[in-house]
Design a protein around this ligand. Structure first.
Ligand code: B12
Ligand code: SF4
Ligand code: SF4
Length: 333
């Protein structure tokens, strides 16, 4: 390895560590002790991922020019439970959206990108940040050795479980070749083909199948999105009758299939306590009176700048979900 290679891979490792990401190679099966974990992806493996993308996605993220990548997982902080029968009556918000874990992960990865660029003089386009992007991020996490895909179709990140958001940096160098001999490098973390198959790692466990209120988690692994309440909660399309009839008490975000998982880490060392971390958001639940009675302008003002304030989520969608959540209270589910 040249001095230049050694320098940039060490710099990358230190920049990720400064943002709370421990190296997957050093993780074994134990909890990493911080909110994040990262693993490197080599040029060949990244090419296998890129080969499955539609051409417009390849072009959008400059994936064809990338020489490698890192994938990162950032854990949520606390338990996920919300009392659906609490007072005042309210609809729950998924843990990832309560204080916007996606925005926090994107901010951390952008800082890593910016410090790499400042140190090595790369143009902005040389390093791409992917967080809830239009490219599939779960296979990147698997390729980086972060963990296998569970029956619930989520990556069960070693030491952090499924209660994480995932992201990646596409890089102008191959951190895998350069990371093998580094603390935090990947030599022991190669994924196997079965790691990509939902449920292959789960043995006889069926906890997420049983926990899903709408029957969306498939026995054979993966989910039927037509039956998933969170898929319906984020779409203006009519809610299928079976999903509406079994709607859990959610406004947006459903955590049941991950909270039930034995790999879910309760009270994990999440990111929320960190200095300068994003803390604004809708919180764990929103009162139904407000959701059903407020004007469009009041709803938009309440959710602006939060994970619920995305351009495509309109007041009519929040009201519809709130009405379904109200009905779920009368059914006692
Ligand atoms: C669409 C989407 C949804 C949809 C559909 C989800 C689904 N399971 O199909 C809905 C709205 C239902 C949803 C819900 C949720 N989601 Co979502 N969602 C996405 C999104 C935007 C795209 C996923 C997708 O359909 N990809 C396309 C398909 C083709 O690829 P894939 O399933 O990701 O990849 C598999 C195969 O295609 C194949 N594969 C693909 N490429 C390659 C390449 C190689 C080389 C190989 C070998 C294999 C391979 O292997 C992969 C693994 O099985 C991702 C973000 C992203 N950009 O990836 C988040 C994401 C999957 N969601 C996430 C989360 C947190 C959730 C929720 C928990 C949110 C919530 N609390 O409500 C729920 C959980 C529901 C569930 N059990 O899945 C996280 C998952 C975190 C984790 N631990 O895995 C992601 C990654 C977002 C993020 N950046 O953190 N989601
Ligand atoms: S997010 Fe909720 S509705 Fe969707 S598969 Fe998981 S438990 Fe079922
Ligand atoms: S709950 Fe059980 S079956 Fe579902 S993903 Fe977790 S380990 Fe696998």
């Amino acid at each position: 390895m040249t001095d230049e290679q050694s320098d940039r891979s060490r710099f990358l490792l230190e920049a990720l560590a400064a943002e709370g990401f421990a190296g997957a190679g050093a993780r074994a099966a134990a909890a990493p002790g911080g909110p994040g974990l990262w693993g490197p992806i080599g040029k060949r493996e990244l090419a296998a991922w890129t080969a499955r993308l539609p051409p417009e996605t390849v072009a959008r993220y400059g994936a064809a020019g990338a020489k490698g990548a890192v994938a990162c997982a950032l854990a949520y902080a606390d338990s996920l439970e919300v009392d659906p029968f609490g007072e005042p009556p309210a609809a729950s918000v998924g843990r990832f959206a309560r204080d916007d874990s996606y925005a926090e992960l994107a901010r951390r990865l952008a800082r890593v990108r910016d410090s790499l660029r400042a140190r090595f003089g790369w143009p902005k386009s040389a390093i791409r940040v992917l967080v809830n992007s239009q490219a599939p991020e779960k296979p990147l996490a698997v390729l980086a050795g972060l963990g296998p895909v569970g029956r619930n179709s989520l990556v069960l990140v070693r030491g952090l479980g499924p209660g994480v958001v995932l992201g990646a940096l596409l890089l102008p160098f191959d951190p895998c070749a350069e990371a093998a001999d580094k603390p935090g490098g990947r030599s022991d973390a190669r994924p196997e083909a079965a790691d990509f198959e939902p449920g292959a790692c789960c043995g006889s466990c069926r906890a997420c199948v049983d926990a899903c209120p709408t029957g969306a988690v498939l026995e054979g692994g993966g989910i039927d999105t037509a039956r998933c309440a969170q898929a319906a909660a984020s779409s203006e399309a009519a809610v299928p009758h079976g999903v509406a009839a079994a709607w859990p008490s959610i406004l947006y975000g459903c955590d049941r299939c991950l909270a039930a998982c034995p790999f879910f880490v309760r009270n994990a060392p999440g990111w929320q306590g960190g200095e300068g971390a994003l803390t604004t958001g809708p919180g764990s639940s929103v009162p139904l009176d407000f959701l059903l009675g407020a004007s469009d302008a009041a709803l938009e003002a309440a959710f602006r700048g939060t994970a619920l304030g995305l351009g495509w989520m309109k007041p009519a969608l929040w009201r519809r979900n709130a009405a379904l959540a109200a009905a779920s209270r009368t059914r006692g589910v």
